[in-house]
Unconditional design. Structure first.
Length: 272
């Protein structure tokens, strides 16, 4: 059983939903990435998505694009990101880390070398935005050989065939992109998400997380009543942008803690 699967099973037994925050490695500075990872855990994160900086992040809106630009300007590469994960693992060997990024850096390193290095660093899952499932069989098989979960995206426009393909390849969880557009886009339509999740669950046996458009505790709470996990990124990056360097961790911790509390309260009410 992977760490990610174990987290979801433990949460299900406790009647809770997973909180999956996203930050970009190296933003606002490389030195703050590992402290931020620990801050997210202390604030209630169950799994963390760590963005690998990339020069052309096509699925990301302006907020996360700026985060990548700041990290790249400081020379942060894929190998640096793996080093950050290894440093985090010195003090936390429990919280799953999912690398989220794009194909180019992985192709440059080589898929086999990347998978081996990711396992050695302590990575648990990988989500590559521009690896469609039709072209990702080798990717998924390689990750599985190295005890890594391949995680895939589904969207409101995904066909039944695409959902079935993803269901056959994915492990860990599926990331449902809740709206058309890029990260940080307009407000999420909770009713539309509620209608879509059962269709995904009918075609896959892994948990479903929902992201894109979740910008506050109230929306996160509403999604937590529907999905297995809530993914939130752009709002956290905004908090990083707006905070003085010495307040980044504290302010991000306060934000994530509020989201965690709102999710738990909503799920508890739904079970009452």
């Amino acid at each position: 059983m992977s760490k990610i699967q174990a987290v979801f099973e433990r949460l299900q037994a406790r009647g809770r939903k997973a909180l999956i925050p996203f930050i970009t490695a190296g933003d606002p500075t490389p030195e703050l990435t590992v402290p931020l990872l620990h801050t997210l855990v202390q604030a209630g994160a169950d799994i963390i998505e760590l963005g690998v900086p990339f020069s052309d992040p096509m699925a990301d809106g302006p907020t996360i694009q700026r985060a990548s630009e700041r990290a790249l300007a400081k020379g942060v590469s894929l190998r640096h990101v793996l080093g950050m994960v290894a440093n985090f693992r010195a003090d936390d060997n429990e919280t799953p880390i999912v690398l989220m990024g794009y194909a180019n850096p992985i192709e440059s390193m080589g898929l086999e070398a990347f998978a081996a290095a990711s396992f050695d660093a302590g990575v648990d899952g990988v989500l590559v935005v521009d690896y469609p499932p039709e072209e990702a069989v080798e990717f998924a098989q390689t990750l599985h050989r190295h005890a890594l979960d391949p995680i895939f995206l589904l969207a409101p426009t995904s066909s039944e065939a695409r959902m079935t393909q993803v269901g056959a390849l994915a492990s860990g969880y599926i990331y449902y992109v809740s709206l058309k557009g890029v990260t940080g886009s307009a407000a999420l339509d909770v009713a539309a998400v509620a209608a879509r999740i059962p269709e995904i669950r009918a075609r896959t046996g892994v948990p479903v997380g929902v992201g894109f458009g979740i910008r506050d505790a109230a929306t996160a709470a509403a999604v937590a009543e529907l999905a297995d996990a809530v993914v939130i990124g752009s709002r956290i990056i905004e908090e990083i942008e707006q905070s003085p360097p010495d307040k980044v961790c504290a302010n991000v911790g306060t934000l994530v803690d509020a989201i965690r509390r709102a999710m738990d309260a909503a799920v508890s009410r739904g079970q009452a």
